[in-house]
Design a protein around this ligand. Structure first.
Ligand SMILES: NC(=O)c1ccc[n+]([C@@H]2O[C@H](COP(=O)([O-])OP(=O)(O)OC[C@H]3O[C@@H](n4cnc5c(N)ncnc54)[C@H](OP(=O)(O)O)[C@@H]3O)[C@@H](O)[C@H]2O)c1
Length: 348
C-alpha cells in the first residue's frame, strides 16, 4: 500500500499532525492528483477552530492545483502529467487538499492553462464556486439567467445594475468577473481604495468605500434596474448595507429583489427582499448544473483563464510546506488578508 504525507486534525481546536496516510486509488471516474499548491480559505480555519460542523479526525483543505498522477479507466479528458486545478471535497479526507495527494471526480477538475501558475490556480475554484452559486443557482434567490457559458449569457445583466459588497475579497473578485461576463451595465463594489484600479480591470464600473450609504449606491446606479446585491463578506454590517440598498431602491413598490450572502444559514424574506445564503460546494449534486460547466469554461488554454477573460486572485506564497507553512498560512488568512490568496506547497 502506498502512503503520502497529510496534515491530520485530530479534533477541533487541536493542532494538526503531519502523518503518513494511505494514498487512495482513483475510481473509474476519478483522477489521483499530486498537489503542488494548496490555497487557504476562511472555511479551513473556521473548521479547525470548531466554528463550522465537521467530523474529526479530518484532513482539511478544499482548493488546490497539481499534476494528474493516475487516471481511472473511464476518464477521457485528463491524462497523467496534466497540470490541473480543482475544488477539494470537504467532508471527504481523500478529496481534501492539505496533503500530498487527493482524488477528484474528472468532471470537477480543470486543466491549468499555460498563462497561470499553480499558486494562482490553487485559489480559483472554491471562491469562484461561491460567487457563481450566488449568482446563477436558485439557492441564492437571484438566479441570473442564462449563465455566462450558455447562449445569450453575456447579455443576461444588460441594462441592469448589480452591487457586490467586498469586491477585493477572493470571492468578491470572482463575483465581479462573473458580473462582467454576464454583461451587467453597472457593477458597483466596495473595497479599500488601494484596490480600485485592479477591481476596475476585473470589470467593476464603480469602486466605493465600505462606509457608503444606500443613497450613495443608488445615485451611481441611476435609473438602471437593480434586482440583487451579492454580499461577499456576510457580516452584520454588510447585511444591513445590502438589504437597505434594495429596500430603498424599491420602496413603495411590490418589486421583489434579492440579497445573497456567503455566510449561511440565512433564508428570510423582509420588506420584499429575499435574504439567502449559499454554500458553494461544487461537488454537491444539486450544484453540478453550475459547477460542471464552470470547470469546463475555465479549463485549458482555450478556456476563460487561458484567453485572459477570467483572472485568478493575486497570491502570496508561504514557505514551509505541511509541517510549518500550513499553520502560518492559516494564521495569516485568519488575521486578515487584503486582496490576496495565500497558498503553500505541501511537497516542501
Ligand atoms: N458560502 C460559501 O460557500 C463560501 C465560500 C467562500 C468563502 N465564504 C466566506 O466568504 C467570506 C469571504 O471569503 P474570502 O476568502 O473571499 O475572504 P478574504 O479574501 O479573506 O477577504 C478579505 C477581504 O475582505 C474585505 N472586507 C472585509 N470586510 C469588508 C467590508 N465590511 N466591506 C467590504 N470589504 C470588506 C477586505 O477588503 P479591503 O482589504 O479592501 O478593505 C479584504 O480584501 C468568508 O467569511 C468566507 O468564509 C463562503
Amino acid at each position: 500500500m502506498s502512503t503520502h504525507r497529510a496534515a491530520v486534525h485530530p479534533a477541533a481546536n487541536k493542532p494538526y499532525e503531519v502523518k503518513q496516510v494511505p494514498t487512495p486509488q482513483p475510481t473509474s471516474s476519478q483522477v489521483l492528483i499530486q498537489i503542488t499548491a494548496s490555497a487557504i480559505n476562511p472555511v479551513d480555519w473556521k473548521i479547525a477552530d470548531g466554528g463550522f460542523p465537521a467530523k474529526f479526525p479530518a484532513i482539511l483543505g478544499s482548493d488546490a492545483a497539481g499534476i494528474v498522477s493516475k487516471v481511472g479507466d473511464g476518464v477521457k479528458s485528463l491524462s497523467v502529467g496534466d497540470r490541473v486545478f480543482f475544488q477539494g471535497t470537504l467532508g471527504s479526507s481523500d478529496g481534501c487538499t492539505f496533503q500530498e495527494y487527493a482524488v477528484m471526480e474528472e468532471a470537477l477538475v480543470s486543466k491549468t492553462p499555460d498563462n497561470m501558475n499553480d499558486g494562482e490556480g490553487s485559489g480559483v475554484q472554491l471562491a469562484s464556486m461561491a460567487a457563481l452559486v450566488g449568482l446563477y443557482d436558485k439557492s441564492g434567490g437571484f438566479e441570473v439567467k442564462p449563465a455566462p457559458w450558455d447562449k445569450g449569457g453575456n447579455e443576461a445583466g444588460k441594462g441592469q445594475a448589480l452591487v457586490i459588497l467586498g469586491g477585493s475579497s477572493s470571492v468578491g473578485q470572482y463575483a465581479i468577473q462573473f458580473a462582467r461576463l454576464s454583461g451587467f451595465s453597472k457593477i458597483i463594489t466596495t473595497s479599500s481604495s488601494s484596490h480600485t484600479d485592479h477591481l476596475k480591470a476585473l470589470g467593476a464600473t464603480d469602486v466605493v468605500d465600505r462606509s457608503s450609504t444606500a443613497q450613495d449606491f443608488l445615485k451611481i446606479a441611476g435609473d438602471l434596474p437593480m434586482n440583487g446585491v451579492y454580499d461577499a463578506i456576510g457580516s452584520e454590517e454588510t447585511l444591513k448595507q445590502g438589504t437597505s440598498i434594495l429596500e430603498q431602491r424599491h420602496k413603495g413598490t411590490d418589486h421583489v429583489s434579492h440579497y445573497v450572502s456567503v455566510i449561511p444559514p440565512r433564508d428570510e424574506f423582509e420588506n420584499n427582499v429575499t435574504r439567502k445564503a449559499i454554500l458553494g460546494m461544487g461537488s454537491s449534486p444539486a450544484l453540478h448544473h453550475v459547477s460542471h460547466p464552470f470547470v469546463k469554461a475555465v479549463s485549458g488554454n482555450e478556456g476563460w483563464v487561458g484567453k485572459g477573460l477570467f483572472k485568478p486572485n493575486r497570491t502570496q506564497k508561504v514557505d514551509g510546506g505541511l509541517e510549518k507553512g500550513l499553520q502560518k498560512a492559516l494564521d495569516l488568512n485568519k488575521k486578515g488578508v487584503s486582496g490576496v490568496k495565500v497558498w503553500f506547497d505541501p511537497r516542501e
